[in-house]
Design a protein around this ligand. Structure first.
Ligand code: NAG
Ligand code: NAG
Ligand code: NAG
Ligand code: NAG
Ligand code: NAG
Length: 422
């Protein structure tokens, strides 16, 4: 009796928080026998840091990632544990959405974890990965495309759709001002000042196998799914804010524009645990003053600034946070102000892959011509001479598992080096 009273009270205090969005991802690690380690990372946005802290009633469970003073605070709640092969929904009631024009009140943040063992990779699925800021803003007279980072640790095909149904949202009305494509791009077209205000965006991101596969649960029961059936389903929720019209929509004037050496959207970095990565970000705006860098990234990433428009994100992955053998999305935007208006740059996202991988030159993400260095170790008893095809296939499968496109070609050359192209 006492327990149920306590639970009710916890929910009530939690629903007082003003909610601004979430991304919940999960990663499969250390598959052993009939169990594996499931690492879940919840990123939650609320209107202030104190509100988010009251969310899970244990101190030190969540950590602040970043905040935009007076507007939002983003926190992460990382959690892991041993699981058996089973699929299930897991979710939380994140509270009431901030006032919004599409009339969404109670929030719902639920993820479907496909924890059954996949026949193609012989382990349970890891969810697709993405990142977003709790509040994305654009002036009402400007065009904006938000290309969400979509990345899948198993090399699966990723799609987005509007949330729908009782496991995904209580009120599901999508914002009238944004159009979402299945490839996870959201576009906003210049419109009248009548639409100014905040909108609650509630998307679902899903991963699909490239061919029909079997999923086996902990009782041994098997089901087959085609490439049209999704595996994990993660919520991607945020506030889209349409601001008053800007005097100009040209990036670099009022809206800040990124300059080199800011990494391109989709760029990848490879490091080991206990090594430190530094990402330098530079932006300019000739008609406004750049005030801050806003980001969403892993637990314990820090930001610093060395003057207006010069920023650095720094992170050291840690074993104690289970960061190893995982790809971590990092997203950022720069904000500027002029005559009490706020201007936000486009959103950029990069991926930091943490793990021990040997040297192979691989092609960079499709949009850049960057050369990426990857280290990969595949242990095999096959001889190089007689099993060239099998070894090439093993390397290819591993590269795809690490996020390269499924149509890459892998060739093992006579000098022992490996050539990869697409
Ligand atoms: C999401 O909903 C909007 C508005 O109803 C619709 O225009 C859009 O096509 C939908 N997007 C997807 C990917 O289903
Ligand atoms: C980032 O900028 C700082 C200061 O300008 C510089 O010392 C550092 O080498 C840069 N780091 C990278 C990784 O480019
Ligand atoms: C996170 O940062 C804090 C303060 O900088 C430090 O005390 C703590 O050890 C860090 N935690 C991890 C897991 O790196
Ligand atoms: C711009 O932002 C800075 C720092 O937040 C603040 O001190 C200043 O008053 C703002 N200026 C305008 C014109 O809003
Ligand atoms: C990661 O650590 C391993 C040793 O555990 C080392 O062989 C490898 O060179 C390191 N990789 C990078 C990118 O530093």
């Amino acid at each position: 009796m006492l327990l149920s009273v306590l639970l009710v009270m916890m929910v009530i205090s939690w629903t007082e928080a003003v909610y601004t969005g979430t991304v919940i991802t999960h990663t499969t690690k250390n598959v052993q026998g009939n169990s594996f380690t499931l690492v879940r990372r919840y990123k939650f946005g609320h209107s202030s840091c104190g509100e988010t802290e009251s969310f899970i009633s244990c101190s030190g469970c969540t950590q602040k990632i970043d905040e935009s003073s007076g507007e939002w605070c983003l926190r992460e709640y990382p959690t892991w544990g041993s699981r058996s092969f089973i699929g299930y929904y897991y979710g939380l009631n994140p509270g009431t959405w901030i006032n919004n024009k599409n009339g969404i009140s109670t929030g719902l943040a639920k993820v479907f974890v496909e924890g059954r063992k996949r026949s193609d990779i012989n382990r349970p699925n890891s969810s697709p990965k993405t990142g977003i800021l709790p509040v994305m803003r654009v002036p009402s007279n400007c065009q904006r495309n938000i290309r969400l980072l979509t990345f899948d640790p198993d090399g699966d095909h990723v799609q987005c759709r509007n949330g729908s149904g009782s496991n995904e949202c209580y009120t599901c009305t999508p914002p009238s001002v944004l159009s979402l494509s299945s490839s996870c791009s959201l576009s906003f077209s210049p419109t009248s000042s009548k639409v100014e205000g905040s909108y609650a965006v509630q998307l679902m991101m899903e991963d699909f196998p490239s061919q029909t596969i079997a999923l086996t649960d902990n009782t041994g029961s098997t089901a087959s799914i085609s490439s049209k059936i999704s595996m994990s389903r993660i919520p991607v929720q945020f506030v889209f804010k349409v601001d008053p019209a800007a005097p100009s929509c040209t990036a670099g004037e009022y809206l800040p524009r990124f300059l080199p050496p800011t990494p391109e959207h989709g760029a990848q970095f490879f490091i080991n645990v206990t090594e430190t990565i530094e990402i330098n970000i530079t932006a300019e705006a000739t008609q406004s003053v750049i005030t801050e860098l806003l980001f969403s990234g892993p637990f314990n990433m820090t930001k610093s600034s060395s003057g207006s428009g010069y920023f650095t994100l720094t992170w050291t992955p840690s074993d104690s946070q289970n960061d190893d053998n995982e790809s971590h999305p990092i997203c950022f935007a720069v904000q500027a102000n002029a005559s009490s208006s706020i201007y936000q740059s486009e959103l950029r996202c990069v991926i930091v892959r943490v793990g021990n991988i040997p040297f192979i030159a691989i092609p960079s993400p499709p949009t850049t011509s960057r050369l990426t260095v990857l280290k990969l170790k595949i242990l095999t008893t096959l001889s190089l001479k007689d099993n060239k095809d099998k070894i090439e296939k093993a390397i290819k499968d591993e590269l795809i598992r690490r996020g390269l496109p499924a149509d890459i070609k892998v060739r093992l050359l006579s000098d022992g080096s490996v050539k990869v192209n697409n």
